[in-house]
Unconditional design. Structure first.
Length: 444
């Protein structure tokens, strides 16, 4: 069962309870009002009977005169009056009564009708004869009035309940229409349709959700496009590097091995000691050259100094190389000695980031000062390695050049390490890059 159906059912149940309580209150009030009214009418009738008897002259004709006065009570509502005279004769005088309620339903009459109210009174005329007066309440007319009032009140409550339920139903319909749009957009994002956008919604709360969802979809689409571009760039770099290694193997290793084979073959057939000595020397030279080539190839794949001397010395070596290439630039390197202990798995990534940043400075920054700071935030758990690289070059606008493959690669490295990346740059005021990565142990 959907949430909308459950909410509508709950609202209808609450409205039904309210109408039921209102009806119960009306019936209780009507029953009390009817009982009070008929009781008051009986009491008033008895008082009028006493007043009429007191006014009548104390003579034999007193009952007749009193009955004439009693006739004046014929218009009194809710009453049935009966007069009897004992012992010789019986005088019956029954006042007009109200018929049963014509409009009130039987269940309402049954609920609000009070118990029978009857009062008897005995009088004696001057001749000593006993006169018995019986006053009985008839609540039908009052019940008729109570039903009219109750029907109006209940009708008003029902109309208000219908209006409230209709307004709530319409409001819920509009709200759940917005929820439906948001759910469809979420499903589209789930299935990779990241260009789905939700138009502005009327409800502010749902509009905030839609805005956040649109921003999330745009961010995911941008990240997907960047990852695709970075993956394509990585494939290009990978194939380029493979081609470069293949050429070096072919040009350097292949030719050197061929030369060694030829010299070894000539040594095998020669009888000149001098020729053997010269060939051995050439073979040693070729082997030294091969060693240098292989070492350079290994250094491009993974710097051996990083494994031999650690992160700090490897960064110092990179900075020394750039000092020799760009003597007009002042390179400064500051570091915390404790960094080496906590570099862990991140050291190769930090090394590559420094390489990439210094390459970008050389290509684009036109800077006269470059500062590299490597510190350790030991207070955090786990400890974090913090790298800050600053230059005073021409700077750039990250909004227009933020999709460079170098920055994308740096972001990708930091994201994979669970670190933080921040770039502060603007045209004319240099560039500052801040990286913070947690300590991760090297796999065993």
């Amino acid at each position: 069962m959907s949430l909308r159906v459950r909410l509508n059912g709950m609202i209808l149940a609450v409205m039904a309870i309210i109408i039921g309580l209102g009806g119960w209150f009306v019936i209780v009030q009507a029953r009390s009002s009817v009982a009070d009214e008929v009781r008051s009418s009986v009491s008033l009738a008895l008082q009028l009977i006493d007043v009429a008897w007191a006014k009548a002259a104390p003579s034999e004709g007193r009952p007749r005169q009193w009955l004439n006065d009693l006739v004046q009570l014929k218009d009194t509502r809710h009453l049935r009056i009966k007069v009897e005279q004992f012992p010789e004769a019986v005088i019956q005088f029954t006042m007009p009564t109200v018929t049963a309620p014509a409009n009130a339903p039987g269940w309402f009459v049954w609920l609000v009708a009070p118990e029978a109210i009857r009062e008897d009174k005995e009088l004696r005329n001057p001749g000593g004869k006993l006169i018995h007066v019986s006053v009985e309440a008839n609540p039908n007319d009052e019940i008729e009035e109570a039903w009219g009032e109750a029907r109006g009140f209940l009708t008003l409550m029902i109309v208000l309940a219908v209006l409230v339920c209709s307004l709530i139903h319409i409001t819920l319909g509009r709200a759940f229409a917005s929820v439906s749009l948001i759910l469809h957009a979420i499903k589209d994002v789930e299935h990779g349709q990241l260009h789905t956008r939700i138009a502005q919604l009327a409800q502010p709360e749902f509009n905030h959700i839609a805005t956040a969802l649109n921003h999330m979809a745009a961010t995911l689409a941008q990240a997907r496009d960047e990852n695709r571009a970075l993956s394509q760039r990585s494939l290009v770099i990978q194939e380029t590097e493979r081609g470069h290694i293949a050429r070096e193997l072919h040009d350097e290793l292949g030719q050197s091995i061929t030369g060694i084979r030829l010299m070894a073959a000539s040594i095998k057939v020669t009888k000149s000691f001098q020729h053997v000595t010269e060939s051995a020397g050439e073979i040693i030279g070729i082997c030294d050259h091969l060693f240098a080539v292989v070492r350079a190839m290994m250094g491009r794949l993974r710097p051996h100094i990083l494994d031999d001397l650690g992160l700090v010395d490897a960064i110092e070596d990179v900075i020394a190389q750039w000092r020799s290439r760009s003597p007009q630039t002042d390179f400064r390197f500051g570091y915390d000695p404790a960094v080496a202990e906590f570099a862990g798995l991140a050291q190769i990534h930090i090394y590559r980031i420094v390489q990439e940043c210094l390459t970008n400075v050389f290509k684009h920054a036109e800077a006269s000062l470059v500062e590299v700071h490597l510190t350790l935030a030991a207070a955090s758990m786990p400890p974090r390695i913090q790298l800050r690289i600053t230059d005073n070059g021409v700077g750039f606008d990250p909004a227009t050049r933020g999709n460079g493959y170098g920055l994308l690669g740096i972001r990708e490295r930091i994201a994979n390490l669970g670190g933080q990346f921040k770039l502060d740059a603007a045209p004319g005021r240099g560039t500052q890059l801040f990286v913070s990565v947690p300590y991760l142990e090297q796999p065993q």
